[in-house]
Design a protein around this ligand. Structure first.
Ligand code: SF4
Ligand code: SF4
Length: 312
């Protein structure tokens, strides 16, 4: 953006960086996941991104029972014990202060800190290493979450710095943030991947933890400003994937002026990460939709005048 220079010193809380991603926008991409999300979707497939603070993530299937971590924990939050027939480390989350000492000795990577303070400068340096792949594939950087708008200054400056280096920028968003914040971030995003879950606000509140009026207002506002937007609908069996619901959603999207929609089939492995943060997954027992059914839903979106993609 003319006349602006990014502040490379601003820090964000970064959960993860996924290189060579192919589902978060065009071409080969490096996706940066931030910590913190204002929603609480019951189907969330990255629950470790929701909290806006660092967390100790523990994957006990990776533990090889070396016994080193209990010795390093100053809070005695780790001990050795049994999970079924497996001898593994056992974590007492109430006692853990997320100091990170155990992570340093855990060579299999069973213990990790989710949420590392990282400056815009450090993040840009990391993603710039992938620039040759962006150029050859028409890819770029995608900022995802969590919700990037929860860390608006980091997100703005990071996307601006990438744009100024000629890197294509995409931002995946829940759309749930003050409209001025969304407009500022959209000004440095070449593409917005905008989630739309449910048209009915009471149902949105029930399943995603917040009402949706602000999200719909933001979608309409950003579309009216001419931003390149793809709306993404996570299709969750029995919650928002009926033909009537997708008809309502596709009409709302088309009426807002957006031309493109992606229908994301339910990810039946979505519950896998809940153990990492010691939280139960309450949405079990659902299976991914059949291809034929997704084709029916895609047809409904086409009827509404939208260009449709199945999957991310
Ligand atoms: S992060 Fe620190 S307090 Fe928490 S279990 Fe590891 S060593 Fe103990
Ligand atoms: S350091 Fe890692 S591998 Fe070793 S016991 Fe602890 S969690 Fe398991």
């Amino acid at each position: 953006m003319l006349g602006l220079s990014p502040d490379m010193s601003i820090e964000g809380l970064v959960l993860d960086v996924d290189r060579f991603a192919s589902h978060d926008g065009p071409g080969i991409r490096t996706t940066v996941f931030l910590k913190g999300c204002p929603l609480a979707c019951v189907w969330c497939h990255s629950p470790e991104s929701r909290g806006a603070h660092p967390e100790l993530l523990y994957q006990d299937e990776r533990c090889d029972a070396c016994g080193l971590c209990p010795e390093t924990c100053p809070e005695h939050a780790l001990s050795m014990g049994m999970n079924g027939e497996r001898h593994v480390a056992v974590l007492d989350r109430d006692a853990c202060t997320v100091c990170g000492k155990c992570v340093e000795v855990c060579y299999p990577g069973a213990l990790r800190i989710g949420g590392i303070a990282t400056s815009v400068g450090e993040m840009v340096q990391q993603v710039e290493a992938d620039a040759p792949f962006f150029i050859s594939s028409g890819g770029g950087v995608t900022l995802s979450g969590g919700e990037p708008a929860r860390q608006p200054d980091f997100s703005f400056n990071f996307l601006l710095a990438c744009q100024m280096r000629g890197i294509h920028t995409a931002m995946e968003t829940t759309g749930y943030a003050r409209t001025e914040v969304m407009q500022r971030l959209a000004s440095v995003a070449d593409l917005l991947l905008f989630d739309m879950k449910l048209v009915d606000s009471a149902a949105h509140m029930k399943y995603a933890g917040v009402p949706n009026e602000l999200i719909i207002t933001n979608l309409r506002m950003l579309a009216s400003e001419g931003h390149d937007i793809q709306v993404r609908v996570p299709c969750i069996p029995g919650i928002n994937d009926s033909a009537d619901q997708i008809r309502s959603t596709s009409r709302l999207v088309a009426d807002s002026g957006v031309k493109r929609i992606a229908l994301l089939p339910y990810n039946s492995a979505a519950g896998a990460k809940y153990d990492w943060i010691g939280t139960p997954y309450t949405l079990g027992g659902r299976t991914t939709q059949e291809e034929e059914y997704m084709d029916v839903l895609a047809g409904i979106c086409k009827t509404a005048g939208l260009e449709v993609q199945i999957g991310g």
